[in-house]
Design a protein. Structure first.
Length: 327
């Protein structure tokens, strides 16, 4: 049987298209082609490390490749995220916090990477709520009582933070602005020393992450007054939010999100998103996050990108109005 020239060319064209489609499909499925690395830009053992390791374990099962966690701490998370930005390999990703993801670009004179181009958001992983607490011996028992004390003692009431320019410091500045109060900010080098001094009575109050303060609230040493969030804490369901108390703009949720290097293709990012999104829906991860005060994230990449932009704008305004400078 003879084939016409037209039929032969058509057959060759079909074969070519099929081969191209197969090759394209193969390339699309090639990622990941080796073990992946998840950079946690904070020391091992802390909340960020717990979130990162649970995420890595789930994503490894989803992607069919090992996801190895590496801790690269420094500069409030910027050091680790700089490593991700410069990696040039979609097999390297990072779990960035509110600090490196939205605050530091308004505080650092020059970021070591372009946070808009060299890092791309993938998905919101978790939010960690913060709470306003006072030393129980201050005699303040509720939010109304605190406001009365603040109005009566302008500039004298002390409130400690985990460090100048961090989210706990900016939470205090946001609180001051929205409530029209004058509070003396006392910076510490981390949440632990701030908490220790609060329990000892050296300072009167603080705004820190729920899991840091919870043991001292349960012991009675500290009195919790409000959650600086839009929703109540699952660990303290009877505690009102600042929104409920009439101050909806006082929201200082800490958060962690998954970022990929800017060089990652759309297809690579989609693979990472799919694996992370599926992981965040599992009971094991939800339970692990809840145990340390985390509210599991999710949503689309676009949702996370919009949220991050809003956070950048919010904290930039707080930093400008309070004239916050890094030490």
């Amino acid at each position: 049987m003879k084939l016409s020239r037209r039929g032969t060319l058509a057959g060759l064209g079909s074969l070519s298209l099929a081969t191209t489609s197969l090759a394209t499909g193969t390339r699309a499925q090639a990622f990941p082609s080796k073990p992946l690395t998840l950079i946690v830009p904070f020391p091992a053992g802390g909340p960020a490390d717990i979130f990162g390791r649970n995420l890595a374990q789930g994503m490894s099962a989803q992607l069919g490749k090992p996801v190895v966690v590496e801790n690269k701490s420094g500069a409030a998370g910027v050091t680790g995220m700089d490593f991700v930005a410069k990696a040039g390999d979609p097999h390297v990703m990072g779990i960035g916090s509110a600090s490196a993801g939205s605050i530091m670009q308004s505080l650092m004179p020059k970021m070591p990477y372009d946070p808009e181009r060299e890092l791309v958001p993938v998905i919101l992983v978790v939010k960690v709520q913060e709470i306003l607490v006072v030393n129980a011996k201050t005699g303040v028992t509720d939010f109304k009582g605190l406001l009365e004390r603040l109005k009566a003692e302008p500039g004298k009431w002390t409130c400690g933070s985990a460090g100048t320019g961090g989210i706990t410091h900016l939470a205090i500045e946001l609180f001051k602005r929205e409530t029209g109060t004058d509070i003396l900010h006392v910076p510490y080098r981390g949440a632990a020393p701030a908490t220790n001094d609060l329990v000892a009575g050296t300072i009167a109050s603080t705004i820190l992450d729920v899991p840091v303060l919870l043991p001292h609230i349960r012991s009675g040493a500290l009195k919790a007054l409000a959650v600086t969030s839009d929703v109540r804490s699952p660990l303290l369901p009877d505690l009102p939010t600042m929104r409920e108390l009439g101050y909806p703009r006082v929201n200082s949720d800490n958060w962690y999100g998954l970022f990929a290097p800017g060089s990652a293709t759309l297809a690579d990012r989609q693979r990472l998103f799919d694996a992370a999104a599926a992981t965040l829906k599992t009971k094991e991860v939800i339970d692990a996050f809840t145990a340390v005060g985390g509210i599991t994230g999710g949503g689309s990449t676009e949702d996370f990108a919009r949220f991050r932009r809003a956070e950048v704008a919010k904290w930039a305004e707080v930093i400008r109005l309070a004239n916050v400078k890094l030490e």
